[in-house]
Design a protein around this ligand. Structure first.
Ligand code: GUN
Ligand code: FE
Length: 428
């Protein structure tokens, strides 16, 4: 791995005081060792001349389905439950070992190209091993797990699981992959959503996640039909039910959380539950508008995720950041969701959702070296220090501006050329 000196960058640290500096960053091994002007080192393995490019922490996406990358373009104009029943579940049921691997690699390639260095990922019922293999080879930082679903009548046979088998397979994967690649890979239990899980399964997840000290990643309160199914089957609102089971804890991450009532918001806040906002997906599936400003104001940790490719298209965080801001601007006015807030959600906010705030999310000495270098020359030739860098990154930059990406101290893309993904993506 060695050492890398990144010279002459505009460093958007995203630290507590939001310092923006012009200078150098020295990476030794997988850590940021020094930040400063004109760092002098005699022995460094690699020098990256940033030449005024913008250095940012890699983006952290807190809700992704790598296994759905290949389903892009097949999910149009339906709401959640119909979409799952008629498109996503049959397609997930048709996956094999190879197709999950290629779907994951394709997705990871798109994520890295657009500056994402960490994901919270949810796979399908089968072949999760292939996704972990792609994560391992690609170099991306990931918290991932097999989806769990032991309930529901309209689920294809290939996705139907017995409760015990779902828990057993999850634990086997956890024991193999949690902490792999020097800690770059973590396991999370992924009960899909209450609609597809028995109470017995959710209780098993509660106990095993506590036993192993891992996260629980699920969908909740995304769609009104979903909520009414949960209410009619379990007699409680979605998040109230999760709390009743004992799952509402700081290691629980809820994707979407659009239709929360006051009691659910209180539970999320008091129990330290984390939330992921998925703006592109919420628009595409006509799910609704999440009250992100209110959740943030309550002190709830909210990250951003593209969801699967059928929802967002190309897993591009630049697009998700803009949508996060734009949706709220239309609803609540121009300043409520400003560029700095959105960029914080995409970096430190995501780190807090994953409980990794001491390791990633900002450019600070001692943190892991997950970095992206943006080449914004095209639209501001004279970088001046009073520029509004937040506005430029959130409203003007695109994934095409991502020049170089480093994860865990390893350069995974340099001068727009991928370094770790070199296999041709051909499906057998
Ligand atoms: N709820 C349950 N499964 C899914 C899924 O695959 N995608 C989304 N967006 N919501 C879900
Ligand atoms: Fe999802």
């Amino acid at each position: 791995m060695g050492s890398t000196l990144i010279r002459n960058a505009v460093i958007m640290t995203m630290n507590e005081t939001n310092d923006i500096l012009v200078g150098d960053v020295l990476v030794i091994g997988n850590q940021i060792a020094q930040i400063g002007a004109n760092i002098q080192v005699t022995d460094v393995d690699r020098v990256i001349e940033a030449g005024g490019k913008v250095l940012l922490p890699g983006f952290i996406q807190t809700h992704i389905h790598l296994c759905q990358t290949l389903f892009r373009g097949r999910a149009d104009d339906l709401e959640l439950i119909d979409w799952l029943r008629t498109r996503i579940w049959p397609l997930e049921a048709a996956h094999n070992e190879d197709s999950v691997y290629y779907s994951a690699m394709l997705g990871i390639g798109e994520l890295i190209r657009s500056g994402t260095t960490t994901i919270l990922d949810m796979e399908t019922v089968n072949h999760t091993e292939s996704a972990f293999q792609a994560i391992l080879e690609s170099g991306i930082r990931a918290v991932s797990g097999k989806v769990m679903m032991d309930h529901g009548t309209e689920v294809p046979l290939a996705l139907q699981e017995k409760t015990e088998q779902s828990l057993k397979e999850s634990v086997e994967l956890l024991e193999k992959w949690h902490g792999a690649a020097g800690g770059r890979i973590e396991y999370a239990f992924c009960p899909r959503f209450v609609v597809s899980c028995t109470e017995e399964l959710l209780i098993g997840v509660r106990d095993l996640s506590a036993q192993y000290g891992v996260k629980v990643h699920t969908h909740a309160s995304e769609n009104r039909e979903e909520i009414s199914i949960v209410e009619s089957e379990r007699g409680l609102r979605n998040v109230v039910y999760l709390d009743h089971i004992g799952l509402a804890k700081p290691n629980l991450i809820l994707a979407h959380s659009i239709w929360l009532d006051e009691e659910e918001k209180r539970i999320i806040k008091e129990r330290g539950v984390k939330v992921t906002h998925c703006p592109g997906s919420n628009l595409k599936l006509a799910s609704g508008v999440a009250e992100v400003p209110e959740l943030l104001k309550e002190g709830i940790d909210v990250g951003i995720g593209a969801d699967g490719a059928p929802c967002n298209n190309n897993l591009d965080m630049f697009q998700e950041m803009r949508l996060t801001a734009f949706i709220q601007k239309v609803k609540h006015g121009p300043t409520v969701m400003n560029a700095k807030t959105v960029l914080q959600m995409a970096t430190m906010g995501g780190a807090r959702v994953l409980g990794l705030e001491d390791k990633i999310g900002s450019i600070e000495v001692g943190k892991l070296a997950d970095l992206q270098l943006l080449d914004l020359e095209d639209f501001h030739v004279y970088p001046s220090f009073d520029a509004d860098w937040y506005s430029r990154v959130v409203y003007a930059a695109t994934r095409g501006d991502v020049d170089t990406v480093m994860i865990d101290g390893q350069v995974v893309m340099e001068s727009r050329i991928m370094k770790t993904i070199d296999k041709p993506l051909v499906l057998r």
